[in-house]
Design a protein around this ligand. Structure first.
Ligand code: KG4
Ligand code: ZN
Length: 340
């Protein structure tokens, strides 16, 4: 089964063709991502109107590249999928409308994909893992611990009470003048920093519910930065390293609690899976690796190119839904908010 997937919910314009055989991993025939970093850099964050316009301008080229690199035409497809939310509505409309038009022209089924579900199912595309599994979904807008029981079957074990994990990285980067998006830059600076120089809090540590709270940690970083100012390059490195160490500790602690809760409620998971942009962070991956070994579980972390937003995850989620006979009506409206 060949599916085209379009992603335009935030600041990446992406298109991909993915093949799904039976069970087991899928095959990515093409995966074209056009990031809008330059458009938004001057504003320190994504500007919705600029994002929507950039999607309109980029989509044609991204789509043709995805088709030609895969060596397929619209006629070869079995379905056309687009992320219908959650995300910035102006951008969602661009991808969703394009996918509907392509589906009509090619007379193929149309599938409206939940962007979070696409992150959640990526580990099946890359590693073909079986349900159920424990998922840490950590992106710029979302932080959730989920029991993934099947396609469309998600039980939320924990979430963040304030900022998302990626958002905390982005805000810390902003207060340290490290630009946008902040996660990769904080990680880079942390490499030459001292993780023990600042004793930042580990919020929610030891709590019985696997929830997160990151605003107190973010404030602690701000207060230290103000206390030490003016900041030398080494100060910034040390702040980044100490912040990242606190986040990694918290993630390990929360995932350990979620794992036990999962086992009690659903039996042993087939794996611990991490998805979303924050899954690119090496220190967080290593912390998760330690927890997984401790729990005797397998850790599945998608390759870096599939951690951030991309079209392959949308195409794959579309293929998984299509395989179950789930397709959508062309009247499907964008959903800026769409919890799993
Ligand atoms: O999943 P994603 O590409 O977009 C959505 O938010 O849906 O995630 C982007 C988030 C941003 O907040 C970014 O700062 C964070 O992921 N991120 C990272 C790293 N790379 C990206 N956070 C920590 N370390 C990284 N290496
Ligand atoms: Zn995302």
């Amino acid at each position: 089964m060949l599916v085209l997937g379009l992603e335009t919910t935030c600041d990446e314009t992406a298109a991909s063709i993915v093949r799904r055989g039976g069970d087991g991993p899928g095959e990515i025939l093409s995966n074209v991502v056009r990031a809008q970093v330059e458009e938004h850099a001057a504003f320190g964050g994504v500007v919705p109107e600029i994002a929507a316009r950039a999607h309109v301008e980029a989509l044609d080229g991204v789509l043709s590249a995805a088709l030609s690199r895969a060596g397929v035409t619209l006629r070869d497809l079995d379905g056309v999928a687009a992320a219908a939310g959650p995300g910035l509505v102006g951008g969602v409309i661009v991808g969703l409308t394009a996918a509907k038009a392509l589906a009509v022209v090619a007379e193929k089924p149309f599938i409206a994909v939940n962007h979070l579900e696409a992150h959640a199912l990526t580990a099946r595309l890359t590693d073909g893992i079986a349900f159920p599994y424990l998922l840490l979904l950590a992106s710029g807008g979302h932080t959730q611990l989920l029991a993934v029981l099947g396609v469309g079957r998600y039980v939320r074990l924990g979430t963040t009470l304030d900022d998302a994990l990626g958002e905390a990285f982005d805000k810390v980067a902003k207060m340290l003048d490290l630009g946008y998006p902040g996660g990769p830059e904080v990680e880079r600076r942390a490499e030459t920093g001292d993780p023990e120089r600042f004793a930042f809090p580990r919020p929610m540590f030891g709590r019985a519910e696997p929830n997160f709270s990151l605003s107190g940690l973010k404030t602690a970083v701000r207060l230290e930065a103000e206390r030490v100012a003016p900041l030398s390059a080494q100060d910034v490195d040390d702040l980044c390293a100490s912040f990242q160490a606190a986040v990694a500790d918290v993630v390990a602690n929360r995932v350990r609690v979620a794992f036990r809760m999962f086992c009690e409620r659903h039996g042993a998971p087939s794996a611990i899976v991490v998805a979303g942009g924050v899954a690119a962070n090496g220190q967080i991956r290593r912390a998760l690796q330690r927890v997984s070994s401790e729990m005797g579980a397998r850790l599945v972390a998608p390759p870096l190119a599939l951690c951030g937003d991309n079209g392959a995850m949308i195409a794959w989620a579309g293929a998984e839904r299509l395989a179950l006979g789930l397709e959508d009506d062309l009247s499907f409206a964008p959903r800026p908010r769409w919890p799993l």
